[in-house]
Ligand binder design. Structure first.
Ligand code: ME8
Length: 662
């Protein structure tokens, strides 16, 4: 019987010379899904690649005194190296500089032109080079790029336009009829309300002011807009527009495009419109994941807060990193990255829960039975529940994986791991061993634990490509029938006379104090150069403080004021901090981000009163550790002479959050 196909893609990456763990997140998640589908018997096509054209790359190459192609060749090599280190099992890697892609994009452009979906006109507007995106005047925020906040450039040039507006109603209808198409569901509402309903304008799809791109075949002074070039990769990689389109026929439409939330707009509006114009079916699903953030800011090279994935993999191993990324952050939401959280997860989930379970079990079978369980075994009263939890876990894991809820799927697997550890505590092998007549009960208990480990080891495969084999070695099985995915639903497949060979700990514990101290040391070293300077500054600061005291309310310049970034935030949850009389822990939505902000206002506001309030926050305040957690900003309030407190707020109750005040 022919296998069912599954086509999954990551975005194609801009060649950045600073790859960070945020980039890896999307690819690790996509890889996990691809591995899962392969294990379930699908014929999988997993596509990734590089998005190499555009003015941004042209300028970087120029600055580095090299050609764009030489620059991208170098970076693409580091991509491939990173994907290898992270065990990314892609089936195809497309480069937009590949000849077949260039030719196919030219054909696509020509076809759209011939049929009237692309026409020539003049473009006047704003262009954000880092985002490679055009904006109209009214789309800018404070005259800056609405996506990244950077400067935009005025461009006026002859340009080809794609009739995006023509497809607006069809896209809205499609989204409304297919509410599961764009995930998570909130992203769909955002697209409809913020972009589609206000009206789409035709899209400038060619440039003439630079040359690094795919020339329009019939008008070579024009370069194809980089997003039209890039989005086409999902079909050109399968041979669309080439002499051999058999892969395209087999795999299109894609089952899912996995993309970061900031590029959902391109994938759910421009891409479907292009496909509709080409008379092709739309991808079956688009999943817009959240960002890895550090102290509330998206990890990105321009912010300067990137964490190097090569270093992390080297230090903690690839399986631990993959586990952390998918366990810690609910797929679809933003999640904070910290070394502390990473080490804690490694110690508690991997070393304690899983690692310990495996080594304890192999150790006991070795110690009590010389490495092999006897055939005589007798059931215990605790078996039924363990077996039941294992069965339920198998079902739930599949259900969560189908929805790409990776963190939830891992949570289910860990429920079984913890239940198995509890089963050991219930059956107490160390007591049973003392009673010669209970050897059969002991053997049965250890068998059940080993069988549960087998089931766990199969389910973790999509997430952790290397750990399962280490476990199988310890419980005496090899990859094959016993490790096939479907066997997770059948209890008792493992040979009752399990023969173990205890090995090294699969996840050694990390001394968190020592590790964090080392990291701190490294940070201190980096700061050392400025220490002397700081001391000088400190005495100056003291002086300034005294002066301030004298002045009471010092005058500030407009420049001083502009240093403070005030923003509108919406409190989406709030709770009292247990050990504090004054503090509330608020989660505040500021545009796309969610920040934790502590505020000493619990005497005046209950958590219930806080939720839904639009507050004014100081957004660029250095994060402060309070009650063991960082607070990212300050909520502004005024206190009168009677000690009454009132929050500063905006006077329209539904005012958009994230907007800057000034
Ligand atoms: O957008 N956390 O490429 P890109 C999570 N070339 N994901 C992150 C992240 C972070 N901190 N930083 C980046 C492009 N990403 C286009 C795509 S597709 C036809 C063209 C993710 O290299 C980001 O969300 O800027 C995106 O999904 C991917 O990395 C590539 O980003």
């Amino acid at each position: 019987m022919e296998k069912e196909k599954f086509y999954i893609t990551t975005p194609i990456y801009y060649p950045s010379d600073k790859l960070h763990i945020g980039h890896s997140y999307c690819t690790v998640a996509t890889d996990t899904m691809a591995r899962y589908k392969r294990l379930r018997g699908f014929d999988v096509m997993f596509l990734t690649g590089s998005d190499e054209h555009g003015q941004k790359i042209e300028r970087i190459a120029e600055a580095q005194n090299t050609t764009p192609k030489a620059y991208t060749d170098k970076i693409v090599a580091t991509f491939k190296d990173l994907w290898q280190k992270l065990d990314i099992s892609y089936d195809k890697f497309i480069r937009t500089t590949d000849d077949y892609h260039v030719k196919a994009v030219q054909k696509i452009f020509k076809r759209l032109y011939d049929q009237g979906d692309i026409y020539k006109s003049e473009y006047e507007g704003w262009y954000c080079t880092p985002c490679e995106t055009f904006f109209t005047e009214h789309q800018l925020v404070d005259g800056k790029c609405p996506d990244c906040g950077r400067e935009v450039e005025k461009v006026k040039e002859e340009s080809y336009f794609f009739r995006l507006s023509k497809y607006q109603d069809r896209i809205i209808k499609y989204m409304e009829e297919n509410p599961e198409w764009l995930q998570p569901a909130t992203r769909q509402n955002e697209m409809i309300n913020n972009f589609l309903k206000p009206g789409l304008e035709d899209l400038a799809v060619s440039r003439t002011s630079f040359t690094w791109g795919i020339p329009v075949e019939f008008d070579p002074g024009h370069i194809v807009y980089v997003w039209v070039d890039a989005l086409s990769n999902y079909i050109t990689a399968m041979g669309y527009g080439s002499d051999d389109d058999s892969l395209f026929k087999k795999f299109w439409p894609a089952d899912v495009h996995v993309v970061g939330k900031e590029i959902v707009r391109f994938h759910s509006i421009i891409w479907p419109a292009m496909l509709m114009a080409l008379d092709l079916p739309l991808p079956k699903k688009i999943f817009g994941h959240g960002w890895l953030v550090i102290n509330g800011n998206k990890m990105s090279k321009s912010v300067g807060n990137v964490v190097d994935p090569f270093v992390l993999v080297e230090k903690y191993g690839v399986d631990a990193i993959r586990y952390f990324l998918l366990r810690e952050i609910a797929f679809g939401q933003d999640g904070n990255f910290s070394n502390e959280a990473l080490i804690q997860r490694i110690n508690s989930d991997l070393a304690n829960d899983l690692g310990n379970l495996v080594s304890r079990t192999a150790g006991m079978i070795e110690k009590y039975f010389g490495g092999k369980l006897p055939a005589e075994q007798k059931e215990t009263e605790f078996d039924a529940d363990l077996i039941n939890v294992a069965k339920e876990t198998a079902e739930k894991v599949e259900e969560k994986m189908e929805k790409m809820l990776f963190s939830d799927a891992l949570n289910e697997i860990w429920t079984l791991i913890r239940r198995t550890n509890k089963y050991i505590d219930e059956t107490q092998p160390w007591i049973l061993i003392k009673d010669e007549t209970k050897k059969d009960v002991l053997a049965n208990a250890l068998y059940n634990v080993a069988e549960s480990i087998r089931i766990v080891s199969i389910m973790i495969q999509p997430f952790m490509p290397n750990t399962p084999a280490l476990i199988w070695k310890q419980i005496g099985i090899t990859e094959g029938e016993m490790t096939a995915w479907d066997t997770i639903k059948t209890w008792g497949l493992l040979d009752r006379q399990v023969a173990v060979s205890k090995g090294e700990a699969i996840f050694p514990r990390i001394d968190i104090k020592k590790e964090l101290a080392e990291l701190e040391e490294a940070m201190k070293a980096a700061q050392a150069a400025s220490v002397a300077n700081q001391t000088k500054e400190a005495s100056k600061e003291d002086k300034k403080e005294e002066e301030k005291e004298e002045e009471k309310v010092p005058e500030i310049t407009i420049d001083d004021f502009l240093k403070v970034q005030l923003k509108v935030g919406e409190v989406i949850s709030s709770e009292k901090v247990q050990k504090s009389k004054k503090l509330l822990r608020n989660v505040v939505k500021v545009g796309d981000e969610e920040r934790v902000i502590f505020s000493g206002i619990s005497q005046w506001y209950t958590p219930e009163e806080m939720v839904g309030k639009r507050v004014i926050i100081v957004a660029n305040l250095k994060p402060r550790k309070m009650m063991g957690e960082y607070s990212y900003g300050m909520i502004l309030a005024a206190e009168d002479s009677d000690g009454n407190l009132s929050l500063a707020t905006v006077d329209k109750p539904d005012f958009e959050s994230g907007v800057e005040i000034g």
